[in-house]
Design a protein around this ligand. Structure first.
Ligand code: HEC
Ligand code: HEC
Length: 276
């Protein structure tokens, strides 16, 4: 009898171990794992991201025709986003418009972030409000080409994607939340990744302190040679079966924090992409 009671209380404990996350927990998880905001917004030192400058911006993302600097997205009131309302922060992330009306440019993945659900977006904002404010004045980005007036019509409600729908949730992770497909789709005529015609083809060139890397194809024509286990290891540990390491800017150290259910959905989604 006592054993049954013990078993029962252990089961009860277990059920309590995974309660619905609070908005702060959900926002922290999304930002630090799949969305990897810090991969761009936290400046890097010789041995990785500078913890004291978490999300304080300043990294130079200049490319052909533009000098872009990751913004300070800490709650600092002078140099960060501390004066912006929740609604203004959400409009900046999902629609690419700052409170002063100016448009946010690449490589901030606004086109992808349009698909982040209202609930997840609110959770991310809750998390951004919770990080320490860091004073760090970032230079203004300069684009020598016209930025689009907007990234689409004003957003209404963006509905939740049910976790139970594996492929749909995998698509949500690979697109809106993780922008995997933005880094892994070859540019179209306008120079921006063409996620409609070149979805998953790879072929985007990245230059940085790591030298130069080119994103590989992530459709089955390349990924079929990996088992699910191998693919998850590549994404979360950056090690291919032949022992070679995946180099930046692939956000491996962030994806290491992904939960297994989400990783499984992500892999299932990649597996069913049309081979390119
Ligand atoms: C691929 C790199 C990249 C990723 C990933 C990224 N950002 Fe950005 N973000 C930028 C750059 C670069 C800018 C500045 C663009 C400009 O100056 O027009 C920016 C601008 C912003 C701004 C506008 C701030 C301001 O003062 O202008 C906000 C807010 C923001 N990002 C939030 C986020 C959040 C939240 C995430 C994660 C969900 C995220 N970003 C992920 C590169 C990135
Ligand atoms: C900021 C751009 C960027 C993002 C975001 C990104 N990747 Fe990558 N990825 C790369 C680059 C670049 C490489 C190749 C690095 C190298 O040369 O080692 C790579 C490598 C890979 C590989 C190795 C394939 C092989 O055969 O070598 C896989 C698989 C992969 N990425 C999947 C993903 C998935 C899934 C996501 C989203 C969770 C993602 N990537 C997000 C840029 C990115």
């Amino acid at each position: 009898m006592q054993n049954y009671l013990l078993l029962f209380s252990l089961l009860a404990l277990n059920a309590h171990a995974t309660p619905t996350p609070t908005p702060l927990e959900r926002g922290r998880y999304l930002s630090q794992a799949i969305a990897a905001c810090a991969n761009c917004h936290t400046p890097q030192g010789p041995s990785g991201p500078l913890a004291a400058k978490t999300l304080a911006g300043g990294t130079d993302y200049s490319g052909p025709g533009f000098q872009a600097y990751a913004a300070n997205i800490t709650p600092d009131r002078e140099t960060g986003i501390g004066r912006w309302s929740d609604a203004q922060i959400i409009t900046a992330i999902r629609e690419g418009k700052r409170p002063d009306g100016s448009v946010i440019g690449p490589p901030m993945p606004v086109g992808m972030y349009r698909g982040i659900s209202d609930r997840d977006m609110a959770a991310i904002v809750t998390y951004l409000r919770s990080v320490p404010a860091v004073k760090n004045k970032v230079p203004k980005s300069v684009y020598h080409f016209p930025l689009p007036p907007n990234y689409g019509p004003p957003l209404g409600r963006v509905a939740e994607v049910p976790v139970a729908d594996k492929i749909a949730y995998g698509r949500y992770l690979a697109g809106p939340l993780g922008h995997c497909v933005e880094c892994h789709s070859a540019p179209g005529a306008d120079g921006a990744p063409d996620v409609v015609h070149n979805l998953g083809t790879g072929g985007v060139i990245f230059k940085g302190p790591w030298g130069m890397t080119v994103s590989p194809n992530i459709t089955p024509s390349n990924l079929a040679r990996y088992s699910d286990q191998e693919l998850k290891r590549i994404i979360t540990m950056g090690i291919r079966p032949d022992g070679t390491q995946v180099r930046p800017p692939m956000g491996v150290s962030y994806y290491a924090g992904m939960r297994s259910q989400e990783l499984t959905a992500l892999v299932a989604y990649l597996r069913q992409l049309p081979s390119k």
